[in-house]
Design a protein around this ligand. Structure first.
Ligand SMILES: [Zn+2]
Length: 303
């Protein structure tokens, strides 16, 4: 695919201009790129899933597994250039895609759909490879530009080169051997000092091994933290839409708006809470028990 070719033959300086051109060339104006993680089976830490914005729960449904769980994320056309730039700026050397023969069909509207029952995406870092397996669906516009790119991931695996960890593993083994020798050779027992020295060696060797494994700051889902932050930023902006509209409506500056908006929002929330309470109490109180209801509402008001 030409797409992959251009992604690989990017200029050295990783400029945003190149990625803007790239995105315009391959993606339609309303394009979206999605990573669905609903079918994931090896999420070590569920918290990593929670790192994705909740507002996306209502926003989209995976076209492959049909899930609307909000596990995953979506990037719009506007964000794609920055996302690519960050990806390759953050140590990604290459991104490879291995796919089966696609199931190809055209919808009545003229858009073309390619479905890959098995797709493997490999992200290559200097000393690490993240291999993601899943299903891929790409929808092309009539102009053959990507309208929707959906990758429904099932699992991912991180691979470290053997040469990276082998020296540290050997070192650990040597330390263990040394400790064993000290214990077996000394008939009078091991002195506290010797024990301390052995412990220190163990800790140092262990730390070195841990450091080698933490070269890339990836989250439990194999994405770099900055990449995920970039994906979250548009969500934050869209969640501030109300505030921006408020500011425009009242013709006030950002800080002033934030103050007033917070007050107004709090008042709105309070009145909503009151209504809910009243409904709840009305539904639960015995008819005629008006004094209890009044007392209860009084409590809520002074809260
Ligand atoms: Zn899915």
């Amino acid at each position: 695919m030409q797409y992959i070719y251009h992604q690989r033959h990017r200029p050295q300086e990783d400029s945003i201009l190149y990625w803007r051109k790239f995105v315009v060339q391959y993606f339609a104006q309303r394009a979206r790129k999605r990573w669905c993680l609903a079918m994931y089976d090896n999420v070590g830490n569920q918290a990593a899933l929670g790192a994705f914005p909740r507002s996306s729960t209502e926003a989209w449904q995976c076209g492959i597994c049909g899930s609307k769980s909000g596990k995953g994320f979506e990037a719009t056309f506007e964000v794609l250039p920055r996302l690519n730039q960050i990806k390759f700026d953050r140590g990604v050397i290459d991104e490879l895609l291995f796919v089966d023969l696609p199931n190809e069909y055209r919808l009545p509207s003229g858009v073309m759909v390619l479905e890959y029952a098995k797709a493997v995406q490999e992200t290559v870092y200097d000393q690490l490879r993240v291999v993601r397996e899943g299903q891929l669906r790409i929808i092309f516009s009539q102009e053959l530009k990507i309208l929707l790119w959906e990758f429904c991931a099932r699992r991912h695996e991180e691979f470290f080169p053997r040469r990276l960890v082998a020296p540290q593993v050997n070192q650990l083994l040597q330390v263990a051997q040394k400790v064993q020798n000290t214990v077996t050779e000394s008939s009078a027992g091991v002195s506290a000092q010797e024990m301390q020295a052995n412990c220190n060696m163990f800790v140092t060797a262990g730390r070195q091994l841990a450091r080698s494994l933490e070269l890339q700051s990836l989250n439990d889902l194999g994405f770099s933290k900055r990449y995920v932050r970039c994906l979250q930023a548009p969500e934050v902006v869209s969640s501030m839409k109300d505030l921006i509209e408020f500011s425009q409506e009242h013709k006030t500056g950002p800080i002033e708006s934030l103050k007033n908006y917070a007050q107004q929002a709090a008042a709105k929330l309070q009145s909503q809470k009151m209504q809910e309470m009243e409904q709840l109490v009305n539904a639960q109180c015995l008819p005629g028990d008006q004094s209890t209801l009044n007392k209860f509402l009084e409590c809520c008001r002074t809260e």
